[in-house]
Design a binder for this molecule. Structure first.
Ligand code: FES
Length: 256
């Protein structure tokens, strides 16, 4: 084999360089053309892909993205109205309204039942309600006498006062009392004095027709109450308490 001349070698190198640069230019052009493809080229590409798919599978599909004018149009949500059934939307809405209404009714019924059960459980039972009020026949209590009855677990004093006792109770100067109260504020009928038999000091039961003021006396610590149940001496801070009561008819007393 004859030796290759220097000129031939350099010519071969020149040709190789030219060939390489030309192929890289082609690659660069292809990539840049893909990156900066125009809308028309994208549309052409989409049409080609569609026709290729049709040719391969025989299926047809109209893409909602077809017909986009520019690259920014791809950010918009396309309309799918062409693929929606015409009668589907109203029927779905009616079903939704029906479900919401049914659930609301069920929830309201459940809440009502819960609140009703709670209130029934919390209210007083029949025996407690029966004990809440006590009826007393006043005709059985003679004038000048005390009667003690039990009401809600506490003693209640009922005093049928005499004329003299009423005058005595009304003549007291209330300014001198520890717990100032007129006798008329403590009774509804002057002859009937009704009050709780619980000492306002520490809760003992005072003794009737005893003490320095002709009323009640508490032996626990020496409190004296007058004929109107007002504290006159001793450690008790307040008068004997008057409960709720009424006279529904003559000779009848209802406490509570
Ligand atoms: S409890 Fe009546 S005076 Fe103390």
């Amino acid at each position: 084999m004859p030796p290759v001349s220097q000129a031939a070698v350099s010519a071969a190198r020149q040709w190789t360089k030219h060939s390489l640069s030309t192929s890289s230019n082609v690659s660069r052009i292809t990539a840049s053309s893909l990156l900066t493809s125009t809308p028309e080229s994208q549309k052409r590409l989409a049409t080609q892909q569609t026709s290729t798919a049709s040719a391969q599978g025989g299926a047809s599909f109209d893409s909602p993205f077809r017909g986009q004018k520019s690259a920014t149009d791809f950010n918009k949500v396309p309309s799918f109205k062409a693929y929606m059934s015409r009668g589907s939307e109203p029927s779905t809405r009616v079903f939704q309204y029906f479900m919401v209404g049914s659930m609301g009714l069920l929830a309201a019924a459940g809440a009502k039942a819960t609140v009703q059960d709670f209130l029934v459980n919390m209210s007083a039972s029949a025996d407690v309600l029966a004990m809440a009020k006590v009826e007393v026949d006043l005709s059985a209590i003679p004038e000048g006498k005390n009667v003690i009855i039990k009401w809600r677990g506490k003693p209640v004093f009922i005093r049928h006062r005499t004329e003299g006792e009423i005058k005595e109770a009304e003549s007291v100067k209330v300014e001198s009392l520890r717990d100032p109260q007129q006798d008329s504020e403590r009774v509804k009928k002057p002859e009937w004095l009704i009050m709780l038999g619980v000492c306002t000091h520490l809760g003992c039961v005072p003794i009737g027709e005893a003490g320095d003021y002709g009323g009640w006396f508490c032996p626990c610590h020496g409190s004296h109450y007058d004929i109107s149940g007002r504290v006159r001496r001793g450690p008790a801070p307040l008068n004997l308490e008057v409960p709720e009561y009424e006279f529904p008819e003559d000779g009848k007393l209802v406490i509570g």
